[in-house]
Design a protein around this ligand. Sequence first.
Ligand code: PLP
Length: 394
Amino acid sequence: MYRIGKEEIKAIEKVIKSKKLFRVKEEEGECDKFEKEWAKKIGVKYALLMSGGGTAALISGLVGLDIGPGDEVLIPSYTFMATATSVLMVGAIPVVVEVDETCTIDPVDVEKKITKNTKCIIPVHMVGFPCNMEKIMEIAKKYNLKVLEDCCQAVGGSFRGKQLGSWGDAGAYSFNYFKIISCGEGGCLVTDDRIIYEKASIFHDSGTAFRPYAKEFSIPIFLGLQLRASEIMGAIMRIQLKRLDKILKDLRKNKRRIMEEMENVSGVEFAPSNDIDGDCGVMIPFRFENEEIAKKFAEISGGYRPIDSKKHVWFDWKPIIEKKVWHKERLNPYNFPENKDLRHTYTKEMYPKSIENLSRTVFIPVNPDWKYKEIKEKIKKLKKAIEESYKNGT
Ligand SMILES: Cc1ncc(COP(=O)(O)O)c(C=O)c1O
């Protein structure tokens, strides 16, 4: 979370004073209004705000896409474990794909990993870096696959001028505490498809049968989870949305300033971007000729190598590596007969390209509130770190 203040306090106060904290009511409330505003911002027909974070949005999206036992879902080797968890929660199996130099899913490896069991691709726009959505959508079309974009770390980003989340069949966002805009926890699913929206709506509000809006659904009601957002969340998110463009503008400006100052420094190279204009600006990716220099630079600069980021790289997803899913073995998708012939292994050796790309890259986080003086100091520190890394690293 970057910015929050008086406006959010005022919005919450208004909700509390109204004593209408439950989103389901006759008149349009804060959640309904946010969903309309968010759908407009992303350029899609439907948005569904929910509690339970980006994880809930991803799971609801997979439900909407009808993914389940017998299905393989392609996910990148570099993502928060929740991407993989979501796939397992609907009874399907996550299959890991390499990331390329951009640290996002490698379209070449996506195509290589497709089998007759593959049903869906989840490109993840990690640390605000847009995936190559043109290539992903081309592949999805060729093999008749669904695409669910994980935009949890790239709220407001775009690829070739089109908002992330609007490229695939559906998109999921996180508004947890660590994200670009936030209401503490929370997530949102977007889609243009009425059936995906209806399925996700039913799933996220188990018991929708007796809700006033249930009569508008064209599909049968089924049980799901209780993931409804509260009006307090809706109210905060409406203010956060108003802040989004300025946060992104400041992040991008500060990132650009640092990169421009650093690009001619000897030894400096940046990891390529699929679309620097659509990048959210939250991270500067330095790329080094070998992992020793990268390690040194990370140590001296205060940045980090994505390979060391824990829980965000496939070999650190302990419960998945150990196949510990749910509290009862009979509920564990790895044991389902439908999943018997699917790919279940996730060894470190399987993804050499990811190891190389994630080890040779160092991320430097950017803050939108840095002033000119702080940026100057940052640049000075980074230049020194480069110099020292090469001195010690070669
Ligand atoms: C890439 C990615 N996907 C999914 C999630 C899950 O979001 P949440 O924590 O809001 O459930 C996160 C959260 O950090 C994430 O970074």
